[in-house]
Design a protein around this ligand. Sequence first.
Ligand code: FES
Ligand SMILES: [Fe+2]
Length: 397
Amino acid sequence: MRKTELIGMARDSLNHARAGTITQADDVLRVPASIYYAPERWQRELDRVFRRLPLMVSTSAELPAAGDYKAMNAAGVPVLLIRGAQGNVKAYINSCAHRGAQIMDEGRGHARRFTCPYHAWSYNTAGELTHIYCASDFGAIDKSRYGLVPLPCLERSGLVWVITNPSSNLDIPTFLSGYDSALAHFDFADWHYFGSRCIEGPDWKIAYDGYLDFYHLPILHKETFGADTSNKALYYSWGPHQHVKSPQTTEMHLGALDETDWPTALLLSGVWTVFPHVSIASFGEDGERRGVLISQLFPGDTPGTSYTVQHYLLQRAPDKAGQTAAAEQFKLLGYIVEAEDYATGLKQQACLQSGAREHILFGRNEAGGQNFHRWLQTILDTEDAHLNDLFASADPP
Ligand code: FES
Ligand SMILES: [Fe+2]
């Protein structure tokens, strides 16, 4: 995507800010409350969303060099990402060919060999089985047939997508619908990885609804973001992926500048959501203090639970003062999400599970939540054979 398209969104936002308007959805949307707790629905989301669609599992900054790896649990599937000798990231199921044990503990690191803790079979950075412990005792097998099981994987725009189903034929670029080229303006591949934490929360959709929602900002976050924070939002879509921008923040002064001088950092301000489970929120102007909070949401082990991995990235490696400022900012964002958003969400979860309401509402000012729930339902209703066509067609549901 060219910068002119970012400028187009900023211009639209500026026009709305001047007029005091937003683009409203056609109508108020009713969503059944049971989608947030019914076990069958939860299982269907695991099967048809988290184990079928590409998930944005990592930033490139987490594994910058050949031999760097990241082991993680992606909605119940143990995934091992390895940057190979050629510099590209590949994804595997983190399970040994011998008797299936998990090879690497969750976390990041650097290795030339990946050795299973059970009987010390080992694999190289290309996922090939290279060593069998006491091979002559074990008996002859064709090692070339017992490498790690590869998963469909794509690294684009400094981010890594993986499909946790090894036999999927879903085309990841088609699913991205051009959104990756919008995200490319961040240049994430060159950013500095600052740190991460994990926060437990309610059903992943209750949590995710909040990232698409600016309506609550001056209310729920009055003590932190402030009561004068704008509650207005504009939504821009690429397939199921959405950018959320407030029309009443930083753009007002752009009117005095030539459009070509509008700074990219400002043009990227707001929230960028990657369907189905990631939010990228950017903070600060170009330079050392500019950071993004990348939140990856996953369903928990049971309906009504989720966990969110928050990653904090900085545009540049910080000096000592920058390090302190980034630590404070990251701590504050953790507090806001855990003590304000998810604390409210956990109580909302209990209220919905009480069965008191048949449906909940997304207003005409909450088009992002409306788009999200429509796309989610459409994907749940789409058979495997038609998934590529769904994302290839430009029409939203
Ligand atoms: S299960 Fe991995 S070496 Fe035995
Ligand atoms: Fe919030």
